[in-house]
Design a protein around this ligand. Structure first.
Ligand SMILES: *[C@@H]1O[C@H](CO)[C@@H](O)[C@H](O)[C@H]1NC(C)=O
Ligand SMILES: *[C@@H]1O[C@H](CO)[C@@H](O)[C@H](O)[C@H]1NC(C)=O
Ligand SMILES: *[C@@H]1O[C@H](CO)[C@@H](O)[C@H](O)[C@H]1NC(C)=O
Length: 443
């Protein structure tokens, strides 16, 4: 039996309790800084209230002074139109190719038909040049692209399709051009004189001039990858230009939910709005999928091997101050192999992926996406990892590391001990190998 209090004492306690409860109610109601814990406020009541999708990877349309000044100094030419429909591969490749198209359009003062994307073969991921084209919204938020161009480069006209080009009568007359082919012996660090490209382009274009045919000249740009020296317009331009492209919103929401689930699953108290999440997880990009291993055969390329990547990553893992390794990979068998390695490491690590962390309808939504769209979730998650590792022949890894580098204190990231090293990322490979990534990949 519990302690019996006299009725008088009892009443005194209940009065006190009411006063305290009342005070909490008043404070919670009127204090604007008080918020119910997220977990409670976000839970749909009786299954009626639709869940509000949070998107920590959203950002406004780009309004960049450095781009505006380059576009403002450009002489625009209504009679030249570029198309950009040869972009192939994964996010790192496609993003850079589209950005190069936009950059060359600015150089020529041309207008641009909204870029499209070549789809990878779903049955055989090694086949990237399928000729099957789709809209840029396959990966990116198209409205964000249009808004960013309107704000940062208002004179650059974007056509919604080839039919949208004024006075364009005969699409078969389009001319193909690989932009860098106008320059002899382009070094690995990209065009030596990007400012000269405009003149080279118009000289080349003269041979096709037919004054009797009215209407603009349409030039189909070939896939241009690591050839444009991104710092040639200054650092501000180089670091902001990539933000005209933003991953599509469903992928951003899935990436947000992946991180929320990671925090919940491993009881981590994370502020997801931070650029880099300290003491949260180590992000490892295991680039041993079939397409990479066939492209860079493992017998010749030591960094293509599972063993090499696994060993390097597990040696780096303790640096993250976390025992969780989030693996970015499009091959779950490879992840399982890595998980076995991780469990055997001297400090045992727990391995997780987006497929483990997303549940129910979110997981179904992820599985319904194409392989290259799924990898966008990893791309976003990796950006916030406490520490990151990848290999030197992956544009995905370089793109993640170069974006993270903006937040790093160590600026001598190309001086070793690995191909790229700062306190937030490591890209494995020979120091000074593949200079084209740091020089020509827009972060
Ligand atoms: C504009 O492009 C046409 C070719 O369509 C070219 O003949 C003309 O010189 C260009 N004008 C300028 C100012 O670059
Ligand atoms: C690019 O797309 C346009 C239509 O959007 C088409 O006319 C043109 O032939 C395409 N070029 C290539 C190389 O597929
Ligand atoms: C790990 O912790 C150490 C010591 O507190 C700190 O210097 C280092 O920056 C941390 N590393 C990461 C990736 O958070």
């Amino acid at each position: 039996m519990g302690v019996q209090l006299s009725p008088k004492v009892n009443r005194r306690y209940s009065v006190l309790a009411s006063v305290i409860l009342g005070a909490i109610w008043i404070w919670a109601t009127f204090d604007p800084s008080y918020q119910l814990p997220n977990r409670i406020s976000n839970r749909p009541l009786f299954g009626q209230v639709p869940e509000v999708a949070v998107d920590i990877f959203d950002f406004p349309a780009l309004d960049s002074e450095s781009i505006k000044s380059i576009c403002g100094a450009t002489q625009w030419n209504e009679s030249v139109v570029f198309t950009c429909n040869e972009s192939v591969g994964g996010i790192g490749n496609i993003k850079n190719s589209i950005l190069n198209c936009v950059r060359y359009a600015i150089s020529a003062g041309a207008s641009l038909v909204i870029p499209s994307i070549v789809l990878r073969d779903t049955m055989d991921i090694t086949q990237i040049r399928t000729g099957v084209k789709t809209d840029m919204s396959f990966m990116f938020d198209t409205q964000h692209f249009l808004d960013s161009i309107r704000l940062s480069c208002p004179s650059l006209k974007i056509h919604s399709s080839i039919e949208d080009i004024k006075d364009f009568h005969n699409p078969r007359d389009a001319i193909s051009l690989l932009p860098e082919s106008l320059v002899d012996n382009v070094p690995a660090t990209g065009l030596p004189e990007p400012a000269a490209w405009r003149g080279q382009f118009y000289t080349w274009l003269e041979q096709f001039s037919t004054p009797e045919v009215p209407g603009p000249m349409v030039i189909d740009l070939g896939r241009s990858y690591l050839t444009y020296p991104i710092y040639s317009d200054g650092e501000a331009f180089a670091l902001s230009f990539g933000s005209i492209l933003k991953p599509r919103s469903d992928v951003r929401v899935l990436a947000t939910k992946t991180l929320q689930s990671l925090a919940e699953t491993y009881s981590l108290n994370l502020d997801l709005s931070q650029d880099i999440l300290p003491k949260a997880f180590f992000g490892a990009h295991l680039r041993t999928e079939k397409d990479a291993v066939e492209g860079w055969p493992a017998p010749d390329w030591v960094y293509s091997r599972h063993e090499t990547q696994s060993k390097a990553y597990l040696e780096q893992a303790p640096r993250s101050n976390s025992s969780i390794v989030y693996v970015a990979s499009g091959d779950l068998n490879e992840v399982a192999r890595f998980a076995v390695d991780a469990s055997k490491a001297s400090d045992a690590f727990t391995v997780t992926t987006k497929f483990d962390l997303l549940k129910g309808r979110d997981l179904e939504e992820l599985q319904a996406l194409k392989w290259d769209q799924q990898s966008l979730v990893d791309f976003l998650v990796m950006l916030k990892a406490s520490d990151f590792a990848g290999i030197g022949h992956s544009s995905f890894a370089w793109n993640v590391a170069l974006k993270r580098h903006v937040f790093a204190e160590s600026k001598r990231h190309l001086d070793g001990p690995q191909m790229m090293s700062d306190e937030l990322s490591q890209i494995y490979g020979e120091v000074r190998g593949y200079p084209e990534y740091a020089a020509c990949l827009w972060p």
